[in-house]
Design a protein around this ligand. Structure first.
Ligand code: ADP
Length: 498
C-alpha cells in the first residue's frame, strides 16, 4: 500500500493509467496524450500534441462531435463512460474505432481543460457495421430482383410493407396498412384461392410455407398487375404469429406466357387443319384410281345395255372388275388408316423381285400397261425386311407416275427400268426406277416432295409424299436423282434381313 502520495505528480499518474487518456484545451486541441492513448490511436505524443481532436474523429461523425463539444462546454460537468458519450475515431491506419468516452472538466489557473478517458468498444461497432453491410447487400439484392417485402402481424392485424410493395399496391405513403386494406386491392377472383393457400400455411401441421400468384388492382389508376408471393408463417406457442414473405411483379412474364400460349394454340389449329387436309388428300389419292376404274367399267356396261350389244361374258368381266376395284379401294383405305394410326409396323422377309413383279401386274391391270419393263436384278438377292403391301404401293405409284409422264409427251417407246443394287456396306438394298419420259423440270425438282404439288389435271400431289413416308417407316429413304437422263430416276432403300 502506498503510504503517501505526496510528490506524485499529474504526469506520473497520467502516464501510468491503464486507460487511454487525453488532456485537451477548451479549444479542443490536445495538450498531452498518455502512452495507452498513443498506442490505441497509433500516433506519437509529439504528433498528438496540439492536434485538434476533431481531426481524430471519423469525418462522418464530426458533426456529432461538434455538437457534443458545444454541449459539454456550455455546461462543463463530469460525464462518466457509457452515458451515451460515444464517438467514432480514426486511428492512424484509417480504421474506425468506436470510443466509449468519459469527460472530466479541470480548471487550472482559470483555464478550462478536459480530461478525456476512453476505451475502444469496437466489437459493437464491427457488429453494427456487419449488420449494416448485410442489410445493404439484402437491399441491393432485393432491388436487383425487384422484390417487395411484407410482414403481417396476426395479433395486431397490421401489415408492414416496404416501398416496393407499396408501389405494387399503388400506395406510396404509409409504412403499415390494415390487413383488410391489404386484401382489398387483390383481385376479387383471386382472393379465395389466396386465402386458402394462406390458411393451409397457417396450419401448425404444415411447414408454414406458401407460394401463390394473384392479381392486384391499383386503386389509383385501376391497372392490374400479376404478383407472385412466397413466404412462410411463423408460429409462437403453436399459434400462427407472423406471416413474412416476398413479392415480385410477374405481369410481363404472364403477358409473354399468354402470348406464347395463343401462338401455340394457333399453330396447333393450323397443324390440325393441315393434318386433316393431308389425310383427306391421302384418302382421295387411294380412292382416285379404283373409282376411275369402276366408273370406266360401269360405262362399258351401260353402253352395252343401251346398245343391246352385250354378251353375258363381257358383262360378267366388267362387273367382276367393278367388284375387284371396290374391294381394292376398301383394302387401300384400311391400310392407309392403319398407317396413319401409326400402329406397330408389321414387316416380313420379302423377296424384292417378287414385290416388283406384283407391282408391275397391278399397274398393267389398272390400264397403265403398254410400256416395256426392263428388270436388272442381282442374282441371289437376299430378302429385305419390310411391309410388303406398303413397298408394293410405293412401286405402283412410281410406275404409274412414269407411265403418265411418258404418255403425256407421246414417247415413241415407253420403257421403265427397275434395278436393285446392294449398297457398299451390304446392309441395304437400293431400288432404282427410271423411265424415258420428259424428266423433271427445275420447279418440279424443287417441289416434287411437297404435299399437293402436281402438274397433272387430275392429280392430287400426294403420291410421292405418301411413298416417301412409307419407305421411311420401313427404315429406308426415297429420293430423286436430279441429274438422271433420260427421263426421271427415283431411288429408294430398304434394309436387308439381318
Ligand atoms: P400426282 O401423281 O398426284 O401428281 P405425285 O406426288 O405422285 O402426285 O407426283 C407429283 C408430281 O411429280 C407429278 O404431278 C409430276 O409433275 C411429278 N412427277 C412424278 N413422277 C414423275 C416422273 N416419273 N416423270 C416426270 N414427272 C414426275
Amino acid at each position: 500500500m502506498i503510504a503517501s502520495v505526496k510528490g506524485l505528480n499529474f504526469s506520473t499518474v497520467f502516464d501510468a493509467a491503464a486507460d487511454a487518456m487525453l488532456l485537451a484545451e477548451h479549444t479542443g486541441h490536445i495538450v498531452t496524450a498518455n502512452p495507452i492513448a498513443q498506442r490505441l490511436l497509433g500516433y506519437t505524443e509529439a504528433e498528438l500534441k496540439g492536434l485538434a481532436i476533431e481531426m481524430l474523429i471519423s469525418p462522418r461523425y464530426r458533426k456529432q462531435y461538434r455538437y457534443y463539444q458545444k454541449l459539454f462546454l456550455s455546461k462543463p460537468a463530469k460525464r462518466p463512460m457509457s452515458a451515451g458519450n460515444e464517438l467514432v475515431a480514426l486511428n492512424r491506419e484509417g480504421k474506425e474505432l468506436l470510443l466509449d468516452i468519459s469527460l472530466t472538466p479541470m480548471e487550472v489557473r482559470e483555464k478550462l481543460y478536459t480530461l478525456i478517458i476512453f476505451n475502444v468498444a469496437n466489437r459493437r461497432l464491427d457488429t453494427e457495421e456487419a449488420l449494416r453491410a448485410s442489410e445493404e447487400r439484402l437491399r441491393l439484392a432485393k432491388q436487383a430482383a425487384g422484390l417487395g417485402i411484407f410482414d403481417y402481424d396476426f395479433k395486431h392485424n397490421i401489415v408492414y410493407w416496404d416501398k416496393q410493395m407499396r408501389k405494387f399496391w399503388g400506395k406510396y405513403s404509409d409504412k403499415t396498412v390494415s390487413y383488410e386494406e391489404f386484401v382489398a386491392a387483390i383481385h376479387p377472383d383471386d382472393r379465395e384461392a389466396r386465402q386458402a393457400a394462406i390458411n393451409k400455411a397457417m396450419d401448425p401441421a404444415s411447414n408454414g410455407e406458401f407460394k401463390l400468384q394473384y392479381r392486384v388492382i391499383n386503386p389509383v389508376n385501376g391497372a392490374e398487375r400479376w404478383i407472385s408471393a412466397r413466404g412462410r408463417v411463423y408460429f409462437e406457442g403453436g399459434n400462427p404469429h407472423r406471416l413474412i414473405g416476398v413479392t415480385r411483379d410477374i405481369t410481363e412474364q404472364r403477358n409473354i406466357q399468354k402470348k406464347l400460349q395463343l401462338q401455340r394454340d394457333e399453330t396447333e389449329s393450323i397443324l390440325k387443319q393441315q393434318v386433316a387436309a393431308r389425310t383427306a388428300s391421302a384418302i382421295a389419292h387411294e380412292l382416285n384410281q379404283p373409282l376411275a376404274a369402276i366408273s370406266a367399267y360401269s360405262e362399258v356396261v351401260l353402253h352395252a345395255l343401251n346398245t343391246n350389244s352385250f354378251s353375258a361374258g363381257n358383262l360378267r368381266r366388267a362387273l367382276q372388275g367393278c367388284v375387284e376395284q371396290a374391294q381394292r379401294a376398301g383394302r387401300s383405305l384400311h391400310e392407309l388408316l392403319a398407317f396413319l394410326q401409326k400402329g406397330e409396323l408389321v414387316t416380313e422377309h420379302s423377296n424384292l423381285a417378287e414385290v416388283i413383279q406384283e407391282a408391275l401386274n397391278i399397274v398393267y391391270d389398272d390400264g397403265y400397261g403398254g410400256f416395256h419393263p426392263v428388270l436388272r436384278l442381282q442374282e441371289n438377292l437376299p430378302a429385305v425386311q419390310c411391309n410388303r403391301t406398303q413397298v408394293r404401293k410405293v412401286l405402283v405409284n412410281l410406275f404409274r407416275n412414269a407411265v403418265e409422264a411418258m404418255r403425256a409427251v407421246d414417247s415413241p417407246v415407253l420403257s421403265i427400268t427397275t434395278e436393285v443394287q446392294t449398297i457398299n456396306d451390304k446392309e441395304m438394298a437400293t431400288v432404282i426406277v427410271q423411265d424415258n419420259g420428259p424428266g423433271l423440270d427445275q420447279i418440279a425438282i424443287k417441289r416434287i416432295f411437297e404435299p399437293f404439288f402436281t402438274t397433272k389435271p387430275s392429280g392430287i400431289g400426294m403420291g410421292l409424299v405418301i411413298s416417301r413416308a412409307l419407305i421411311e417407316a420401313n427404315g429406308g429413304q426415297l429420293w430423286v436423282d436430279f441429274d438422271a437422263k433420260p427421263g426421271a430416276k427415283f431411288l429408294f432403300t430398304l434394309p436387308f434381313v439381318t
